[in-house]
Design a protein around this ligand. Structure first.
Ligand code: NAP
Ligand code: MG
Length: 402
């Protein structure tokens, strides 16, 4: 059998713990036998990040800027306990945050829907993709305790002078918060959303509370509208998709009644809350995919879950684990499909589609990992180890490819 050829390499970012084990299994069982896989390999495993003083993370981000598409394994974000466990030189920042900052991108999360696992909301027939703005607002806020009567003001000093607004005249104790965002960041967020909507041919919704927050949320609404009208309106019309702005409370009501199949762009806090709600309502964190999209159309695919530490410690003790590899498989298929589309490689795109189909088929046949047997309504279901599940996917792929 001849292997499927690639033109441009993918940026491959290896990671940590259980997902690093799964990464290797996926490559050996599902990719290397069928594709003449071309990747530029960066080891973002914590030991190698430490050896390179985290330079490898920035090099990987630069490689995505050069090559356009990356695929990343889950990685440990070190805390005090990890500092000790891995005897680290310093507490490195989250690789995801470093890469997101370097690419100025937005993260889109979408659930993988399978037969036998019904969303809690019965009318959700298609995935709902959440895009969360990842800069500013309450996450970069400054706060004060107010203990005595006094006046809190916003003061804006610039070369043109000083502007002021009274926040509140306190006659008793209270609390106060100041937050900000930048037009540059809002614009990047908007462009990433419009780009991804076009790429995936899905409608885009954006919601905020501009009736109450007329200047702050009003600015978000205005930037989205202006960029849409000036840069994307025609392309959306040609693609047969739409952009809708609505109030956040109206959006929540509409999302609940919808059939799914669209992208919901959220401000930072809304996205934090709503993405956890959607992940739970669609089934499982192990079935959530994640893609970072930059405003100029660079892509980085990964699973939304972490390195599954608890399973890894069991694996180290010699136990066989039933860790779900679906989101990591879909990170690879997402990246290969994107690469194939950009390079005009029809058979690479077809490979990605078929491997996804084979994975979904495997679960529909009742063969799944333990996290899913707990959720699935199928009568005939069995819990497989990660390895056995991946081998079952391979068998289904080989049948589809005949
Ligand atoms: P996690 O790795 O997502 O795992 C949390 C729990 O969710 C697991 O213990 C497991 O539950 C379940 N789970 C998650 N993925 C699963 C899968 N594929 N198959 C089966 N069950 C799955 O989160 P965490 O334990 O909070 O974080 C572990 C490490 O991952 C941390 O060092 C963190 O820094 C890192 N992390 C990385 C990323 C990233 O790179 N994108 C994201 C989040 C966290 P049971 O144990 O009950 O089976
Ligand atoms: Mg959260």
């Amino acid at each position: 059998m001849t292997k499927i050829a690639m033109k441009t390499p993918l940026v491959e970012m290896d990671g940590d713990e259980m997902t690093r084990i799964i990464w290797k299994m996926i490559k050996e069982e599902l990719l290397l036998p069928f594709i003449d896989l071309k990747t530029e390999y960066y080891d973002l495993g914590l030991n190698h990040r430490d050896r390179t003083d985290d330079a490898v993370t920035l090099e990987a981000a630069e490689a995505i800027k050069r090559l356009g598409v990356g695929v990343k394994c889950a990685t440990i974000t070190p805390n005090a306990q990890r500092m000790e466990e891995y005897t680290l030189k310093r507490m490195y920042p989250s690789p995801n945050a470093t890469i997101r900052a370097a690419l100025d991108g937005t993260v889109f999360r979408a659930p993988i829907l399978v037969d036998g696992i019904a969303p809690i909301v019965p009318n959700w027939e298609k995935p709902i993709t959440i895009a969360r703005h990842a800069y500013g607002d309450v996450y970069k806020a400054v706060e004060l305790q107010i203990n005595k009567p006094g006046t809190v003001k916003l003061v804006y000093e610039s070369e043109d002078g000083i502007g002021e607004a009274v926040v509140h005249r306190f006659d008793a104790p209270g609390v106060v918060q100041g937050m900000h965002n930048t037009v540059k960041s809002i614009d990047s967020f908007a462009r990433s959303c419009f780009t991804y909507a076009l790429e995936t041919k899905q409608d885009l919704w954006f919601a905020s509370k501009d009736t109450i927050s007329k200047i702050y949320d009003g600015k978000f609404k205005e930037e989205f509208n202006t960029i849409f009208e000036n840069e994307y309106q025609q392309a959306f019309a040609d693609a047969g998709i739409s952009y809708t702005y609505t109030l956040i409370d109206d959006a929540v009501a509409r999302v609940m009644r919808s059939k799914g199949g669209f992208i919901w762009a959220c401000k930072n806090y809304d996205g934090d809350v709503m993405s956890d709600m959607l992940a739970t309502a669609f089934g499982s964190l192990a079935m959530m995919t994640s893609v970072l999209v930059s405003p100029d159309g660079l892509y980085e695919f990964e699973a939304a879950h972490g390195t599954v530490t608890r399973h890894y410690y069991r694996h180290l003790k010699g136990e066989t684990t039933s860790t779900n590899p679906m989101a990591t498989i879909f990170a690879w298929t997402g990246a290969l499909r994107q690469r194939g589309t950009m390079d005009g490689l029809e058979d690479l795109v077809q490979f990605a589609d078929r491997l996804e189909q084979a994975s979904l088929q495997t679960i529909a046949q009742g063969k799944m990992t333990g996290d899913l047997t707990a959720l699935s309504s199928l009568a005939d279901k069995q819990t497989l180890s990660t390895k056995a599940f991946i081998q079952a996917v391979r068998a289904n792929y080989e049948t589809l490819a005949q």
